[in-house]
Structure formats: C-alpha cells, structure tokens
Design a binder for this molecule. Structure first.
Ligand SMILES: [Zn+2]
Length: 68
C-alpha cells in the first residue's frame, strides 16, 4: 500500500507545480476547482456531474454563486 500512496503524492505535487497560472486580466492566480453539477441521467434521474473549472477574480463571484 505504501507504493500506491507515494504514487498519489507524486501526482499531487506535479499537478500543483504545473497548475500555477496567473490571469492576465486580474493578475491573480487562476485556480482549478472541482465543481459538482446535476446532470440528468438516462433513467430519468439526476446524477452528480463532476468537472474542473478555472477560477480567478474575474469569474469567482459567478462561479461561487452557481451562475456558471
Ligand atoms: Zn482573472
């Protein structure tokens, strides 16, 4: 199990190092956040749909308010 854990830690480290983007409009760091939306399933039910969005000062209000 130790092997699997170290692999996950390596991935997390690389993602955080690569993912640092500064927005050219508001000059703040653009962060990737995980968003959960409701999506209709084939069986006429609702399923949570997971996705990642880029968030910075330009759009954080809309995203946090659920408009996007
Ligand atoms: Zn921005």
């Amino acid at each position: 199990m130790a092997k699997g854990r170290s692999f996950g830690a390596k991935l997390a480290h690389e993602a955080s190092a690569e993912g640092k983007i500064i927005c050219s409009k508001c000059n703040t760091e653009v962060k990737k956040i995980k968003l959960v939306k409701a999506a209709k399933s084939k069986n006429d039910g609702w399923l949570p749909k997971y996705g990642f969005v880029d968030i910075c000062k330009c759009n954080e209000k809309d995203i946090l308010a659920g408009k996007v």
